[in-house]
Design a protein around this ligand. Sequence first.
Ligand code: PAF
Length: 281
Amino acid sequence: MKIFRTVKEYKKYFNTIQKNKIIGFVPTMGALHNGHLSLLKKSLQKCDITGISIFVNPLQFAPDDDIEQYPRQEKKDIKICEELDVDFAFIPKINEMYPEKILTMIVVSNLQDNLCGEKRKGHFNGVTTVVAKLFNIIQPNFAFFGLKDFQQYIIIKKMVKDLIFPIEIIGCEIIRERNGLAMSSRNRYLTKEEREIAPNINKALRFGIELIKEQKLTAGKIIENIRTKYLKEIKIDYLNIYDQDTLIPLEKDKIPSGKIAIAGAFFIGKARLIDNMRISL
Ligand code: PAF
């Protein structure tokens, strides 16, 4: 696997790629788990060349987030990618991505008013800005994103559409542990006891989907029911039923219908975990 640390090194390689080759790209912040692996595998199946970026992007962390605490395991990540036969990894340092103070940001408005966007102000501006930069550097045909970060996926799709990036965004289904817990780099923060509680998040969402399918209860009642049944021990950052396209919460007194997602963020110990399930009725 080729490893590029600078834009210049990557560009030199990019210029050697035949024009008819399809490039698939998986942007990551490293600490790879099976969720990332499934994205890479999708790209390897679909594309002639598959690349990954590993970059912990300071722009998407709040000033009081401890970015230094974000898990890093570069050697292990490289080994994982080599074993999968990934063609290249772009692993820049902060100075390479942000050689000077950045004055230009990409802001996808409205779609960040709810869910994590509401709770982590400015987070998605950091995500879209770095992803746009990475797209300009890598120039892929396809880019693969996990649907665990459903809001991120919707926002990036909109950015690509609005700014006419010649890239197709592929959303890939959430990979879960056997107990239903969505795979996440943050799961490593969970203690043994917390690991016992964490699967309740997915149990709660699955129960929510069952209630939605029955078409008897309003959105408000469904959320109330799943909170009492599964989430008593878990601190909820947000939990609601949203329209999948606009990411606006459904009205509490309406019976959910259409293309909807039940999504939430939860604090368990040191970890903030997100999860969602989607359904079309
Ligand atoms: O999902 C992530 O890991 C990050 O938000 C991304 C897309 C790599 C941008 O830094």
